[in-house]
Structure formats: structure tokens, C-alpha cells
Design a protein around this ligand. Structure first.
Ligand SMILES: Nc1ncnc2c1ncn2[C@@H]1O[C@H](COP(=O)(O)OP(=O)(O)OP(=O)(O)O)[C@@H](O)[C@H]1O
Ligand SMILES: [Mg+2]
Length: 178
């Protein structure tokens, strides 16, 4: 079974491909409501109505190396299999917001997986800023790479010492939620 962190990586890669300079990723685990919600909001180029309608169709893609796009259809199928849904809002020039909802306790609900390593891949792989919030019944881990970059000053996030610190920060932060 696929980890949800891999779906998250897919969706974030769509945002990066759409030229986003800022991505907001929210993971909200609400045990009382028995819901797990993943929201990815970007300021990329967005999609028009026709593109948006086609996006959940596995044969629609703007990629040129391969004819089918599977990222979104697979996430939609995963959410729907768990009594959930996938909602995408987008407008050209205004960015895209994607919301995936799962029944948290559903037997088919894949584990979140290794979020710390997924986040590290996202953060070190691009100069795009990431605002992250992970909530799970009262506990919360959040950060903004714009603030981290500002605190580091001239030192890039990819500097070995910064990278080591970042890995620790993400592992510790994720350990504290859920
Ligand atoms: N955040 C986004 N902003 C703008 N366009 C998007 C966004 N997400 C998806 N799209 C559009 O929807 C298409 C389908 O996305 P999807 O992730 O399903 O497939 P893909 O990215 O083309 O291929 P794959 O994910 O299989 O590598 C993309 O090619 C892109 O045109
Ligand atoms: Mg994709």
C-alpha cells in the first residue's frame, strides 16, 4: 500500500512544475471527526476550468515525456476508497488548492509514512518556500522555510551543517505529533 507521504510528494511536485514560489502544506488529523485532511495550496500558474475538469482523468497531462498523468487520479482514488474525497480549486494566475479527505480509521487508509524525509526532499530540492502545519488532536508541528532561511542569513539550507540541523528539526517535529 502506498504511503500518503508519497502522494504528498507527487502533489507538491505538481505545484513546483506549475512554477510556485510558495507552497502551504497542511496535514490535519482529527480523531474525533475521524478525518484526515491534506491540503496543498500553491501560488503557481493555476488551471483554467477545462484543465481542471480534465485533471482527475488519468489521460490528461501537460507533461511531454509520457502521455498519462497519474498523480491526481491515484490520490483521488485513494481518498474515495476511504469514504473521502478530493477537491481542487484553481484559477489561471492565482494558484491551486487541493484538498484530500480520508476517513482516518478506514482500513484502507495508508499510513502517512516518512514525512520528515519527504519534507527534507521537498525543502532541499527547490528554492520554493514551504509553509507546513501538521496537526494531530491538540499537538502541532509547524514551520516556514522563509523564516528558517531568514534566520540562517547567508548560509544556504543545503549547507551540510544546515542540512543536518534541518533533518533533526523535522524528525523531532514529526515525532512530537500524532
Ligand atoms: N498545482 C497545479 N498547478 C497547475 N497545474 C496542475 C497542478 N497540479 C496538476 N496540474 C495539471 O494537471 C495535470 C495532471 O497532474 P497529475 O499529477 O495527475 O499528472 P502529471 O503531473 O502530469 O504526471 P505524474 O504525476 O503522473 O508524474 C498536470 O500535468 C498539470 O497540467
Ligand atoms: Mg503529478
Amino acid at each position: 500500500m502506498r504511503e500518503l507521504s508519497l502522494h504528498i510528494l507527487d502533489v507538491v511536485q505538481n505545484s513546483l512544475a506549475a512554477g510556485a514560489s510558495r507552497i502551504e502544506l497542511t496535514i490535519d488529523q482529527d480523531c474525533a471527526a475521524d478525518q484526515l485532511t491534506i491540503i496543498v495550496r500553491d501560488n503557481g500558474r493555476g488551471m483554467d476550468r477545462a484543465q481542471l475538469e480534465m485533471v482527475t482523468d488519468p489521460f490528461f497531462t501537460t507533461r511531454t515525456t509520457r502521455r498519462v498523468g497519474l498523480g491526481i487520479p491515484l490520490l483521488k482514488a485513494a481518498a474515495e476508497r476511504c469514504n473521502g474525497r478530493l477537491v481542487i480549486e484553481s484559477a489561471p494566475g492565482q494558484g491551486t488548492t487541493l484538498q484530500a479527505v480520508f476517513q482516518d480509521s478506514h482500513i484502507d487508509r495508508a499510513p502517512l509514512g516518512n514525512l520528515a524525509s519527504t519534507l527534507l526532499t521537498i525543502i532541499l530540492g527547490d528554492t520554493c518556500d514551504l509553509h507546513y502545519v501538521h496537526r494531530s488532536d491538540g499537538s502541532e508541528f509547524s514551520f516556514d522555510t522563509a523564516e528558517i532561511r531568514a534566520a540562517l542569513g547567508d548560509i544556504p539550507l543545503t549547507h551540510p551543517a544546515a542540512r543536518r540541523w534541518l533533518r533533526e528539526f523535522l524528525v523531532e517535529g514529526e515525532r512530537g505529533v500524532g
